[in-house]
Each structure stands twice: as structure tokens, then as C-alpha cells.
Design a protein around this ligand. Sequence first.
Ligand SMILES: [Zn+2]
Length: 211
Amino acid sequence: MHRNKALGQPSSQFQIDAAGWAVGAQHVPSPNFDARAEGTEIALLVIHNISLPPSQFGGPYIADLFLNKLDYDADPYFDQLRPLRVSAHFLIRRDGTVLQFVSAHDRAWHAGVSSFCGQERCNDFSIGIELEGTDFDAFADAQYTALAALTVALKAAYPLMHVTGHEDIAPGRKTDPGPFFDWAEYQARYRVQQKQANIGEAAPDLAFRLM
Ligand SMILES: [Zn+2]
């Protein structure tokens, strides 16, 4: 049962390096982050969706937004984004490609005003993962696969206890990842991949969308 370890092979698609960057992801460092408070336990994973312009997939605009390089004149919708300085740690595109903008050691600016189990300012203690998508479309199979693999790697590197949605920590203000995000599918794939990776078994299990 310990086949992967015995061979000494990396058994997960991603691995978090000592600086908090995922080996296996494309690294596109954003300036939109700051340091977490000393001794912060990174306990929460927050799932989002985003598409720019809304409901359009595949353009460069999400990454451009997180890098403060968005051409605000490229679409009428973008004008309202001018004041934003935002970032997620990760973006998973429709084809399953994973981009990383901020080291998971650091605080990315993805959640805004938020509260999880009475703890406010979720950016302080969470890692944010954006899925390219909307509240009205099913997510791609490749996105669940990549998300599960990334979650396995992050769980092995950080004391993550819970995974939740942006809509759950900012109710009334945010609606993502929305009704088309399949939490059961995500959880099932995570469990399978975690077993295959054979890592993190001694740690407490990850609770999915526990309010
Ligand atoms: Zn969000």
C-alpha cells in the first residue's frame, strides 16, 4: 500500500515548496499580498469563482486583474474594477491549468469582509482558490481534478481544517462558487487522490463546507 513512497516518487500532481509555491503550477507573482501575522495557523481553504468579462472564459483578464495589469478599457464591465487591488493564491482555468499568484505562506487579498465560525478577516488565516467559472455554469471536469490534487498538496503542507465557499464566509455580499459547484464531487475526488498520494493521513481530516 505504500508503493509510491517506496519508489520515492512524488505521488501528487502538486507539491508545496519551502517558500509556499506549488511545484506543478505556473507562477505569476502578484504584488497584491502582505505577510500574515506571526504564528498564524493557515486553517481554511476558500473556494471562489471568477470570469472576466462575466461568463466569458479563456481570456487573459483574470490574471491581468490579479497582476494590476488589466486593460480597463477592454470591456465596459472592467471600469468598475479600477479601484480593486485583489489576488487569490491560485486560479484554476477551465482546462485544469493552475496559476499561482501569491505564496501560500503570505496573505492574498481574496475574501474581503468575511467571517468563518466567528473568526473575522478570513484572508488572515486562509488560502484562496479561484475557479474560472460562474454561478450559472457547471465547472469543468479538469478543474475538479486539479482542485483535488492541489487540495491534497496544501493539506500536506499546512494545518488546514476546513474548506468553505466565499458565499459562506461573506453571505449576502458574495455568491461564489455558487450552486453549480459540486461540493460532493470535490470531496470525493479529494479523498481518492489523498489516498493515492499517501500523504497527510496522520493529520486530522479536512471538513468540507462546515458552517
Ligand atoms: Zn470570491
